[in-house]
Design a protein around this ligand. Sequence first.
Ligand code: UD1
Length: 427
Amino acid sequence: MEKIVVQGGDNRLVGSVTIEGAKNAVLPLLAATILASKGKTVLQNVPILSDVFTMNQVVRGLNAKVDFDEEAHVVEVDATGDITEEAPYKYVSKMRASIVVLGPILARVGHAKVSMPGGCTIGSRPIDLHLKGLEAMGAKITQTAGYIEAKADHLHGAHIYMDFPSVGATQNLMMAATLADGVTVIENAAREPEIVDLAIFLNEMGAKVKGAGTETITVTGVENLHGTTHTVVQDRIEAGTFMVAAAMTGGDVLVRDAVWEHNRPLISKLLEMGVEVTEESEGIRVRSQLENLKAVHVKTLPHPGFPTDMQAQFTALMTVAKGESTMVETVFENRFQHLEEMRRMGLHSEIIRDTARIVGGQALQGAEVLSTDLRASAALILTGLVAQGETVVGKLVHLDRGYYRFHEKLAQLGAKIQRIEANDEEE
Ligand code: UD1
């Protein structure tokens, strides 16, 4: 097992960093490739992440040909053969996001059997909204022996109101609706940039999707979709993580290719804290002076609110801003586990229901800590940059799901960080 070792205390980050294509965009895009019954699909700017390898396996398991040219960051998918209906437990259990194959398989084959995603450390994460939407489009859903089966010879258009703007449900329903008879309207749809990227991709494949990025998405079904070439949108969460890293080390970092509009909620909070954030032709530049950082109050919300996927990293930043900050987590019910680990580093914090109170500006000490989920792993590494002494972060399996060469990118900015082989960890 590998670990990340950070020598903390003097890690002012300076320079520029390049970010990858978005994990949360490419996973549904890969699922959508199976909708193309004609021609090959080429995805460019694909990040090299374990979640991408998992989704490639899921799509291969459906009988599509998938080639990943890692050097070129390109995935080519040929889904012109007979697509099979089953996404088995061995892959879905590795990654919850594989549930987004349900809509595309059903639309293409008329019958889908997808393993139920299991529990998750950050929350219970039901999929009722995915299933309700598909039922409204005419699917018969049954759940047996850990599998969801959905059947519909012909999905039909429907008017669907989502109780909550779920990202995954919006994606599943959008994809299913592309091949349904008639018009589907999804109200209270998720508005994340990754939803917009998926809609652009589907339209490039011949679909008729309108309104992505707003609360109402309208999809007019077509007979079939074809392959295309598409460049994956940049990863706003990876970009945001480096923006936070720069801010909390009193650094000066240009995050190349970061999209200002996608990071608006984060930028507004950084500005409120006293961080300098500017839009430059090559990306977003973040400069900060630690003595100027002010405590702030943040609440996570669906986009365009503050992203829950930046919550853990932002709490790391709160630890260096003098005074009492609060973080309210409204999207997932159990996403503060990193704070328990940070307490081992000397953090004064208190969690009451969905609100964490963080007392910033206290000296933290390096410690041995464990990643509890993907974004928590980044948050703990960032905290290690500012703590005194050595921090050792274990369970990097989480980090590798969503960050490509994270320690190398930080080291290039001047961080004292290494990734080492360690034998004492049990998975
Ligand atoms: C996606 C992102 C994840 C991010 C999350 C919220 C991917 C691969 N993952 O996850 O990184 O943290 O959006 O921005 O893109 N819910 C229900 N019923 C449902 C579906 C969701 O109650 O049928 C609830 C969930 O339990 C959760 C909330 O809605 O509390 C948000 O979930 P959702 O937007 O669906 O997140 P994901 O698509 O799973």
